[in-house]
Design a binder for this molecule. Structure first.
Ligand code: HEM
Ligand code: HEM
Length: 162
């Protein structure tokens, strides 16, 4: 009995491809978040809130990596992986601080929700600081994943049919 191949054509996107699209979206979001002078503060605030969604998705797509590396953190692990894990944690904390300090100096989004907070220049300074540190850390984060970015672009953007 000859088995008849009735396989459906594969149209499934690979995890790498999905990650690439999410990462591109995330980077565009991050650039927009970092240009309040051009977008204006109200747009800056709402975009920053929306930015949380692709950010969560980005972390969830690598969640298995996070869990498995966390479990092996005190065991044998290649140096680069260990560095990436620590860096990811620092980026996460800094990003949360930028979001938090931004929220407590909100001039548009919070008042629009009926929440009025007296703006403290200290927190404005902290927002500036955490935002700048986040940008620096994201630069390092991208550099650490440069070969992944290069090969994902070559595979899915420049040679789409390969
Ligand atoms: C502008 C924002 C960001 C961009 C453009 C970005 C980009 C990337 C890229 C290209 C990769 C490698 C491919 C992949 O697995 O998706 C990656 C990995 C990863 N990113 Fe991000 N990322 C950003 C922010 C963050 C933040 C805030 C965190 C917070 C924890 C984070 C956590 C991770 C993790 C856990 C990985 C996989 C593990 C590893 O570091 O090797 N990323 N990111
Ligand atoms: C990842 C999150 C965020 C990043 C990276 C970020 C980044 C920035 C940057 C680069 C500036 C310009 C600072 C300067 O001119 O010196 C800024 C200003 C500002 N951001 Fe954000 N921001 C984030 C989230 C938020 C959120 C969630 C809010 C409010 C809901 C917010 C409210 C503001 C306000 C009101 C200013 C003007 C501060 C001033 O007048 O000194 N930001 N932000």
């Amino acid at each position: 009995m000859a088995a008849i191949a009735t396989e459906k054509p594969k149209k499934k996107r690979s995890l790498t491809q999905i990650k690439l699209y999410v990462d591109i979206f995330l980077l565009i979001g991050f650039i927009l978040v970092n240009m309040p002078q051009s977008t204006g503060i109200p747009v800056h605030e709402w975009i920053s809130f929306l930015f949380i969604l692709p950010l969560i998705l980005h972390i969830l797509l690598d969640w298995q990596w996070v869990v498995s590396v966390t479990k092996r953190m005190f065991g044998r692990l290649p140096g680069e992986v260990r560095v990436n894990h620590i860096l990811d944690l620092v980026i996460f904390v800094m990003m949360v601080l930028a979001l938090f300090t931004g929220t407590i100096i909100s001039e548009a989004a919070l008042p629009a929700m009926g929440i009025n907070i007296t703006i403290d220049p200290f927190w404005q300074g902290m927002h500036d600081l955490t935002a700048n540190l986040t940008m620096l850390l994201i630069g390092i984060h991208l550099a650490m994943h440069w070969s992944w970015i290069k090969s994902a672009f070559q595979r899915y953007v420049f040679k789409r049919n390969k």
